[in-house]
Design a binder for this molecule. Structure first.
Ligand SMILES: [Zn+2]
Ligand SMILES: [Zn+2]
Length: 329
């Protein structure tokens, strides 16, 4: 499924099977998760995607061929391919353990063709073994919703009372990890979204309610997953002195002006950008121990536009996943 120009629907196309280059593997895609970032790419909210582009960066598949020098995975090995597709290894960010900020990083399903396809090529250094015990469909949302959510959760430090703003794919995973770590979870959704609020309570949130209404008590940290700038002052108002608000999305509408009082008291406002390979290793090791159970809605690959539309409308419970072989895996 190909994006020709932002704003246009994806087009079903027959493409040439790519050759894995040096250090790359060719992966037969079983499933690919649908991420909100895919929506931002398709809707033109992220600048200068590769065009035409195969979107998708939560790939679970099997290695079918190795390019020159690639020997990390045996043929047939199940791998996950996430958003971070390549880094330079030599800039000041890469050299200081912050490859997520690499100036020359390339991202799967954005600057590199991704997983809304039957095959994809990936740099083997940025592929990960998928934890056993997860089938392909269940595993796909771990690869971005899970990884980025995990990085955002780490940036909240040891916050006990955690607010999650927007209860979609990422929050439904983070809530489980946070409960596992003994944190208290408060879920903030669109006003009146009782389905999302009930879903959050099922996953261990002790309270769920309107994101722009009052919080039931002070929070120690908040993570904003929804791409709505007006949530930033709301979350700052909800956190206690010294608390952190993490913006976890790659795109957000403008943040309205707010009084300095909301930031005063050593409150911290920050974003989380991308992931490092270390985040992926840590989270994929942790997920089965929680154990994180993902809730997914599946679509055949050729229904990618429907999946994106339902995500845009806030109609997905948990995560959306495209299946290359419908009903398979
Ligand atoms: Zn770099
Ligand atoms: Zn993503």
């Amino acid at each position: 499924m190909v994006l020709d120009s932002p704003g246009a629907p994806l087009r079903e196309a027959e493409l040439t099977v790519p050759e894995p280059g040096s250090g790359q593997v060719l992966v037969a895609v079983d499933v690919c998760g649908v991420c909100r970032t895919d929506l931002h790419v398709v809707d033109g909210e992220l600048a200068e995607p590769k065009l035409p582009l195969v979107p998708g960066h939560q790939i679970v598949g099997r290695v079918v061929e190795a390019g020159p020098g690639a020997r990390r995975f045996a043929r047939g090995a199940r791998v996950g391919v996430p958003w971070l597709g390549w880094t330079c290894g030599e800039c000041r960010y890469c050299l200081s353990g912050r490859e997520n900020l690499c100036d020359r990083a390339r991202f799967t399903g954005y600057q590199l063709d991704g997983g809304y396809a039957e095959v994809a090529v990936a740099d083997e250094r940025f592929c990960f073994p998928v934890p056993e015990g997860y089938d392909d469909v269940q595993a796909a949302p771990l690869l971005c919703a899970g990884l980025i959510g995990y990085r955002a959760l780490r940036l909240t430090g040891d916050a006990e009372r955690l607010g999650l703003y927007g209860f979609g794919a990422s929050a439904h995973i983070v809530a489980q990890v946070a409960r596992h770590e003994g944190r208290r979870v408060f879920a903030f959704t669109r006003a009146g979204d009782e389905a999302a609020q009930a879903f959050a309570r099922e996953l261990g949130a002790e309270w769920a309610g309107d994101a722009l209404g009052p919080a039931p008590e002070e929070l120690d940290a908040a993570i904003i997953f929804a791409p709505a700038g007006e949530l930033v002052p709301a979350a700052l108002a909800a956190v206690a002195k010294g608390g952190t608000v993490v913006c976890a999305g790659i795109h957000m509408s403008d943040i309205p002006s707010f009084p300095y009082d909301l930031l005063w008291g050593e409150r911290v406002l920050r974003s989380v950008a991308n992931l490092t390979r270390r985040d992926a290793e840590e989270f994929l090791e942790l997920a089965p121990r929680v154990p994180v159970k993902t809730q997914v809605e599946t679509f055949p690959l050729r229904a990618a536009n429907d999946a994106l539309a339902r995500l845009r409308a806030g109609e997905i419970r948990g995560a959306a996943v495209l299946q290359v072989v419908p009903g398979g895996a």
